[in-house]
Unconditional design. Sequence first.
Length: 451
Amino acid sequence: MPIHNVVTPQPDSIFVSIASYRDPELIPTLRDMIAHAANPAALHIAICCQHDSDVSPFIDFGMKLLHTEKIESYDVSFFEYRDARISVISLHYYESKGACWARHMAERLYRNEAWFLQIDSHCRFAPDWDREAIAMLLELQADGTSPVLSTYPPAYDPEDESKRTQFISRLVFREFSADGIPMLSSTPLKSDKPARCGYLAGGFIFAPGSFVRDVPNDPDIFFAGEEIAMAARAFTHGYDIYTPNKILLWHYYQRSDASKIWSDHTNDAKKTGSVDLAWWERDKISKKRVRSVLGIDASPCDLGCYGHGNIRTLADFEQRLGVHFLSQTVIPDVIGRERVSYFPGESFSKEMWFTQRVHPNKRKITFTIDEIMADIDNDGWWHIGVYSENNTLLEKKTFTPQEMAQRFSDKKNVYEIELTFTTPPSLKPAVVRVCSYTQRQGWGKTVEKMW
């Protein structure tokens, strides 16, 4: 854990942490953040800028360079712009070790500010966003909680700033990844006050400044899984997560042309000595740490200061989410119509919690034209069955030729069949079988795909 200078914080001072990877939206994000702040002088913006070690874009933008110093082997430049303080750790993108490492580096510049904001480097802001965010947390703190605001902000498009999504969403469970890590999505929220939630979004966290000390970013978590790992750590440290009921900022989601670390930190880049590890190697280390946080790794690693707190337990966190990590099961309401993302303590007993759980199954299975007989009679059909290891039928669907045609992707030249269903915890899918039937020939050949 980095050592922070201890100073007396101003009541409205905000430490803003930004990880930026070769992002042309960084400067526009800074401009918009400061322009729409009610009190720019209260902002200390710390940026880990993974680009080309050149700080001239900040100077060209009009920032006043005050001085520079070293943190470890990295240059840190301190600027002032419209009364806001901006600290920039500038390094070449080949030196990056991932998103959470960059957030960790930015957090080293924390100077005991009263509030903490973590965002990505491609955002736009609502008027007086800082005042509104502080007011929300102060109101929640009055109820005796340790609140944190977090969600996926609505979208904006830098090509057309007039088009900004105008709805609020809360985070919900989507599915388990192949590594057993819960993945998140969002659903619209309408509420006259911040709504309790169990999940954190890495691209927007607003919390008391103590969050930086209590739940610092783990530099060895690369990208995938950062949100559920940090949510678990925040909960066990006593923090309560809420979805804000007002729009505070927007986020740029598409970024299809943007540079990404997995496009730069390749096997070839490692061979030439440009990077120490390819991105997938860091990702492998990262996922083991995430699985260790969630208690699902057979040989968990030592997490050091990036583990759980001692205020609440991981089991408490699972029960509040309605998600059991080790068995990859959920309470039905988690994936039902309401998409519940937080259960109050009195929702159900521990016994009820274990008996209600189901295993959520969701996969997109693809078949080529050559693998299945595409030309069948209009009165023919396809049988799609999902079976367990002991050959128990878990899910069955039948598709007419017309329904099958709707699932054909011209771009990929394959049939895409999406299967979503639940099973008891003891039964998990193992294989998908597809077989056609026609009046002329009866049953065709069976094609199998592993689940």
